[in-house]
Design a protein around this ligand. Structure first.
Ligand code: NAD
Ligand code: MG
Length: 399
């Protein structure tokens, strides 16, 4: 709480899909009248960042790209909002105390701001799943050390978190993550290699940022979420299952040792899990569609075909290796995705690039060690990007 009694908040990645939905909920909850907004950060959309910062009367607005600073200053002139730019400025903004911090930058760039925010004991609403994949043990230990709380925002993890309320984690037999299967789930396997970016972006249920939408089609997103589940809830890898549920109405399930399965249902709208984290431990009214189950009529499920989704197999390898393997996996995945988006490699080549990177780095680094520092994670991230880039360029040259 600030001196004025208002709850203080920061949003990292405010201009993205999760960030915009967080801002939407905040404005509905009274915006600057009822909250003290500390920091808002964005990437290249300076106009939107400045507009939000003015509306929410933020203390500081930071854009990722240093070249955007002049424009940001211009747009904020006379508003009383400070302007800053660059990666270091984003990390510094995370060091400003806030009661509640949304971590919604996409990719490995989201790790350090969230990590820093834990130092002042903030509640960290974690949309950036990459933080747990690359540095789960580090993040959880940092939260424990500073008495900070991490609340999951990924819909599956929010669902699991909610299905665990009042329960003993020791009574959990399995955690069942649901997956929509993404845009290409009904394509024949032989056609997948030729899938284009536009085709992979046509997600059937969820409207999300571009990168996570492609990751849904390849199931790299689910692979990250399996690892995220392992790190956040501390269950063993073989307790985590994935099931394809095309309707995306059950957001995930917890199966207990007495045979009961607790499923979390709702419309596919991220404002549910963002709002749950924002209001926790209370439940407040949220502007999400209500399910009419008679209208829904049927829910369907099927086991994922591992030949279509090598990412799920790779997630198992990463969990077996632990330590810095998650950082290498995520970095290689981000690079492979960049190359797919740029048209250099095919849809099914992405997993090949990631697998070859993991193999190469394993030999070079022996990164099985569970002890890690932020610097270790950043170093492995850097090495994996270099290696994956080389592998992807070689692959592109062969096509
Ligand atoms: P997005 O691409 O829509 O937005 C990302 C935000 O991060 C933007 O504000 C962008 O400007 C900023 N950004 C991008 N690169 C940056 C960098 N290098 N440094 C600083 N800022 C940078 O992404 P999104 O879909 O909102 O996803 C955000 C995070 O939430 C991701 O980790 C994603 O996996 C996770 N997530 C998203 C959804 C969803 O529905 N969109 C669901 C579950 C989890
Ligand atoms: Mg998810």
């Amino acid at each position: 709480m600030g001196a004025d009694g208002l709850r203080s908040l920061s949003i990292f990645g405010a201009t993205g899909s999760i960030g915009e939905q967080t801002v939407d909920l905040l404005l509905r909850a009274g915006g600057a009248e009822t909250h003290k907004i500390v920091a808002l950060t964005g990437g290249r959309n300076i106009a939107r960042l400045a507009e939000m910062a003015r509306t929410l009367r933020a203390e500081i607005a930071v854009c990722a790209d240093a070249s955007g600073l002049a424009e940001l200053r211009d747009r904020l002139a006379g508003s009383g909002v400070e302007a800053a730019a660059g990666t270091t400025a984003i990390v510094e903004a995370a060091e400003r105390p806030a009661d509640w911090v949304m971590s919604a930058i996409v990719g490995a760039a989201g790790l350090e701001p969230g990590f820093r925010a834990l130092r002042h004991g903030a509640t960290l609403a974690l949309a950036n799943k990459e933080s747990l994949v690359t540095a789960g043990p580090l993040l959880m230990a940092e939260a424990a050390r500073h008495g900070a709380r991490i609340l999951p925002v990924d819909s599956e993890h929010s669902a699991i978190f909610q299905a665990l309320v009042g329960e003993d984690i020791a009574a959990v037999e399995r955690i069942i993550l649901t997956a929509s299967g993404g845009a290409l789930r009904d394509w024949p396997l032989e056609r997948l290699a030729k899938a284009t970016v536009t085709e992979a972006l046509a997600h059937p249920n969820w409207a999300m940022g571009q990168r996570i939408t492609i990751d849904s089609a390849s199931m790299f997103n689910k692979a990250l979420e399996v690892i995220e589940t392992r790190e956040f809830f501390g269950v063993a890898p073989d307790q985590i299952e994935v099931i394809i549920h095309p309707e995306s109405l059950i957001h995930s399930m917890v199966a207990y040792r007495d045979g009961a399965i607790m499923a979390h249902m709702g419309a596919p709208d991220m404002r549910h899990s963002i709002g749950y984290a924002l209001n926790w431990p209370d439940r407040s009214h949220l502007p999400v569609a209500r399910l009419d189950l008679a209208q829904v009529a049927t829910l369907t499920f099927r086991a994922p075909d591992l030949a279509r989704y090598p990412a799920l197999r790779l997630a198992r390898q990463v969990m077996a290796r632990r330590g810095l393997a998650g950082a290498a996996f995520n970095a290689a995945k981000e690079v492979a995705l960049d190359h797919f988006l740029a048209g250099g490699i095919g849809f099914m080549d992405m997993s090949g690039v990631v697998e070859a990177t993991l193999e190469a780095l394993d030999a070079d680094l022996g990164h099985e060690n569970d002890a890690m520092t932020l610097e270790d994670v950043q170093l492995v991230d850097h090495l994996a990007r270099q290696r994956a880039g080389k592998i992807a360029r070689r692959q592109a040259g062969e096509q």
